[in-house]
Design a protein. Structure first.
Length: 549
């Protein structure tokens, strides 16, 4: 059994000196910190150590206050214990230097103290004379043996899976594995190739080391959700997306099991140095060596003084909100029964499902921490329920498009949108965007409590519903824009803009397909005429040429 590597897993906890804002997706910042730390530790130019894969668990945390703790980590493949110890020691030394004497312009440089360095394999805090422990081969073997008879396995990707499709499987705007296409056996073949490159071979007494066949496994259920992120300077943005979520596989050849077990620790696909392509086989239970957040998003959402302000805003009786927060942390909070209220909207009536005041206050706390983070993931075409954007912005976008030659349009909306949101797909999206199981489960409790039907719908009177609507429709926006179309969407109303009459049928078909993938239906399609300026959300838009002339 050849194992020409050692795998180390380290978690670092910082204490922040001064408040700082971050993007909701932290991989670029953590990558920059590790590059600089490695450079300082070895007195070389900043560079990520060869064989290092970062962990950036604090996703959706956009504000770090003075005195806050902040956690990240890394895995390191090394050829020997001496090499592993040397590389880890240099990075940690460099982190101390960077925290105390960082360079100008760095997001975190010069703005933290290192308060803990933890060996995730042994569970011990590293001290000056302590040496990190490589992941024991016996642990891998035990996990392989536990799954030896498995017929189905669930892979949960906790960092972006960014894996290119073969040329024949690519379509416009879809070049990577996603919810709509995944060849599980090809994915595992890529894992096997990567593992051989780092010197790993599966235990021959359990399974053979032959090449995996193209029929080693297959996808039973695909619950991946694509997350598109950008980073870099405003005028030089880099887009780097991938899939979070779950893949349920049918195991057809047991030789794939050791490949999957080891794949948990080194990942699969592109950008492994960014920590991409990391997953956990859920049948094995929680990963004891996982790099965790310093604080859960729930703890951050309900900390003071933000919670105090919310209590005052909703006129909550003194002490009641704090009591509910304690119940929530103990896992004892159950949402209160919502109040149903009918309101008139023109020629039709609409049913609102309004949570009790305490639940509205709790939802506002969650909304206030999530909304700034989710906003960084949403497309430019999404204009409702976002700070600094409004109906006037939507009208201006339409006018600007008209002057740029987009003089044809389709106006549409989603039929009974708030009653049609699929809870399973919503949870998949929340898992991807938030990546915090505790908070996702709390949000889904509120959704289920106030939804019009079991497993379907958003409660229309809930504080969180507008944000959840934007999260749910983000994949629609991404799909339409990936086809090269111009879109302006305000909640469940949208405009599809195009240059020529001949595009109309194709544009509508693409949008209808994107809606259908979310179990939604486009309705109320209207084609504006030249004699009557289009009324979209009330502001007057430019004149349009009717496509039937």
């Amino acid at each position: 059994m050849a194992h020409h590597f050692r795998l180390y897993r380290i978690r670092v906890v910082l204490k922040i000196r001064k408040s700082v804002s971050l993007h909701a997706f932290h991989a670029p910042v953590v990558y920059a910190v590790l590059c600089e730390a490695n450079g300082r530790g070895f007195e070389i130019k900043p560079a990520i150590p060869d064989g290092m894969m970062q962990d950036a668990p604090e996703q959706c945390r956009t504000e770090l206050r003075e005195g806050d703790e902040y956690a990240f980590g890394f895995s390191l493949l090394a050829g020997s214990e001496q090499e592993g110890n040397s590389r880890i020691s240099a990075v940690i030394s460099g982190l101390h230097s960077l925290g105390e004497n960082g360079h100008r312009g760095a997001k975190l440089g010069g703005n933290f103290y290192v308060v803990k360095e933890q060996d995730l394999v042994s569970g011990h805090v590293l001290t000056n004379d302590a040496q990190p422990t490589p992941l024991p081969v016996d642990r891998l073997t035990a996990e392989i043996q536990r799954l030896a008879e498995a017929k189905e396995l669930t892979l949960r990707f906790t960092s972006p899976l960014r894996c290119q499709r073969p040329d024949k499987a690519r379509t416009v705007g879809h070049h990577y594995v996603d919810r709509y296409w995944c060849d599980a056996a090809a994915l595992c073949q890529r894992m096997q190739t990567r593992q051989r490159q780092v010197g790993y071979q599966p235990p021959p007494d359990l399974f053979s080391d032959s090449d995996l066949s193209p029929h080693s496994c297959e996808v039973i259920r695909n619950h991946l959700a694509w997350l598109d992120v950008t980073y870099g300077m405003q005028d030089d943005k880099t887009s780097l997306g991938g899939c979070f979520g779950r893949l349920k596989l049918r195991i057809l050849d047991p030789a794939v099991i050791p490949i999957l077990v080891w794949g948990q620790y080194v990942g699969v696909g592109a950008n492994p140095k960014f920590g991409f392509g990391r997953f956990r086989i859920e049948e094995l239970g929680p990963d004891a060596t996982a790099c965790t957040r310093s604080s859960s998003l729930i703890s951050l959402a309900f900390r003071h003084p933000a919670a105090d302000n919310i209590a005052a805003r909703y006129d909550i009786e003194s002490g009641r909100l704090s009591e509910k927060i304690r119940e929530l942390h103990a896992g004892q909070h159950e949402p209160g029964e919502p109040q149903e209220v009918w309101i008139d909207q023109g020629k039709r009536r609409r049913l609102l499902s309004i949570p009790p005041r305490l639940d509205r206050a709790l939802q506002r706390c969650v909304n206030d921490i999530l909304a700034p983070a989710i906003d960084r993931f949403l497309e430019n075409s999404s204009l409702a329920y976002r700070k600094g954007l409004n109906r006037t912005t939507a009208a201006k976008r339409i006018r600007d498009a008209w002057h740029q030659g987009y003089q044809w349009a389709l106006k549409a909306d989603f039929s009974k949108f708030f009653d049609s949101v699929d809870h399973g797909q919503l949870k998949d999206s929340l898992d991807a965007y938030v990546n915090d199981d505790e908070l996702v489960e709390l949000v889904m409790k509120w959704v289920r409590c106030g939804s019009p039907e079991d497993d379907v719908g958003l409660p229309t009177g809930a504080v969180l519903s507008p944000l959840l609507a934007n999260i749910f429709l983000d994949s629609f926006d991404e799909y339409v824009e990936s086809q090269g179309r111009r879109l302006v969407r305000y909640a469940d109303d949208l405009m599809l803009l195009f240059r020529t009459q001949d595009e109309a049928a194709a544009v509508y078909a693409e949008a209808a397909e994107a809606a259908n993938r979310l179990s939604l239906t486009l309705s109320s399609v209207a084609l504006p005429g030249a004699c009557h300026p289009l009324q979209f959300l009330n502001p007057v838009s430019p004149p349009w040429t009717p496509w039937w002339e």
